[in-house]
Design a binder for this molecule. Sequence first.
Ligand SMILES: Cc1cc2nc3c(=O)[nH]c(=O)nc-3n(C[C@H](O)[C@H](O)[C@H](O)COP(=O)(O)OP(=O)(O)OC[C@H]3O[C@@H](n4cnc5c(N)ncnc54)[C@H](O)[C@@H]3O)c2cc1C
Length: 443
Amino acid sequence: MHDFRYAHKKDVANLKKNLSGNTKKLRIKKKTISNLFRYEGRKKSDSREVDLTGFNRVLFLDKKAKTLEVEGLTTFEDIADSTIPHGFLPLITPELKHITIGGAIVGIGVETNSFRFGFVHNSLLEAEVLLGNGKIVTCSPKINSDLFYGLPNSYGTLGYVLRAKIKLRKIKPFMTLRTEKFIDINKLLKSMLTAAKKRDTASIEALAYSKSDLYLTITKETDKPRNLKSIYGPTIFYKEISKPNEFALSARDFCFRYDPDWFWNVPGGSLLNLFRRLAPASIRNSRFYKKYGQPLYDKINYKSKNKFEALIQDWEVPWKDGAKLFNFFFETVDLNGNPIIFAPIKVPKSATLYPMKQNEPYLNLGCYCAIKRKKGQAPYYATKKLDEFCFKHQGIKMLYSSTFLSEKEFDKIYNGRAYKKLKQKYDSQCLLPTLFEKAVKAG
Ligand SMILES: Cc1cc2nc3c(=O)[nH]c(=O)nc-3n(C[C@H](O)[C@H](O)[C@H](O)COP(=O)(O)OP(=O)(O)OC[C@H]3O[C@@H](n4cnc5c(N)ncnc54)[C@H](O)[C@@H]3O)c2cc1C
């Protein structure tokens, strides 16, 4: 594998020269699609665009130290393709191929092995960050540690990640997935905790279609796959784990198992099943759907008919309130036949701007689809109700989607006091938007 560290240093030096003494507002230019789902009106920005598209290389794999140096705009697909052949993966690999390492560090990257490793940023060892004024700083637990622990959930409002050094883990080439049906949420949650205690459990996830139609999938690594399937061709991954089942996937397919159907957002029907059979992987992926499918989907579902609400959100509540959140969800939401996904999560260290109790289990619940709106319900009724429930139970939610909070409430939940200090130190001229502006108000 190439060592691109020297080439990276040269590119950083050029960037530094171009941006030296910058006093204009900055915004990032990137080639990959955005995985933000914010629907409220966004202001057009007249800020200076900083082209970081070239910062998308895997720089150096250190097999002995089990670490990877990678540029901030590298996708997890490229990361997986450069590490799997050597028998490694990042501790956490998000399920959509085109999420970038920088985006997942400053957003909150989660997976179904987060019960063991926490979020994507919990595997970060060091980052190189471009500040709004054009300066480039390194941060780690020892150097600029306030920035290091402040990056997660900062969404590019403190600076842009140009390079990250992350921990890797050794993997086996295949995964065996075993799905069991449940009719009782409490029994399922108990089984999740039991599985989390077993050393050979690699991943824990559950889909639920209603309060009593639940499917728990426990995954283990293996060298010898039985009933090996592919996530491409006619397979619709989430349907495979919506019935009692046992099958295997390659490690790569397992990482990106929800990508070809964008979780469950590619509808069924004979035409789309034909698309599944015939379409090459290059167009059967979340990048293609986000770019071409979503504008059409939004027009039909959310704007013209007003019958649906885009409920694309992730919430985390302390484990003891997991069943309550689950029940409240199904009392509030009509999923229109789609499932929700949920999994246990435990963070080894809390991030400054995403406060959670360390080493305490939480339930992560994700809804990624359009839900039916009842007559008379105001826009974003379910989003607001579920957010309120989550915050009332000392939970927290990710900010990649629509959020409706006052600045005071927002600051209380997301540690506004620490954020202001970070902003003052690393972006005192406000050349980047604030987190509140980005997550709640602007684009
Ligand atoms: C439907 C859906 C499903 C998701 N599924 C998963 C999942 O399976 N696993 C998971 O971990 N996460 C998931 N996420 C969350 C996702 O990880 C975050 O939204 C993440 O921030 C997206 O990163 P991106 O690379 O696509 O960046 P973008 O969406 O392009 O950008 C996100 C934000 O980060 C900023 N940003 C981008 N790159 C950088 C950088 N290098 N440095 C600093 N700031 C930067 C951008 O300005 C923007 O504010 C999901 C989100 C959605 C909407």
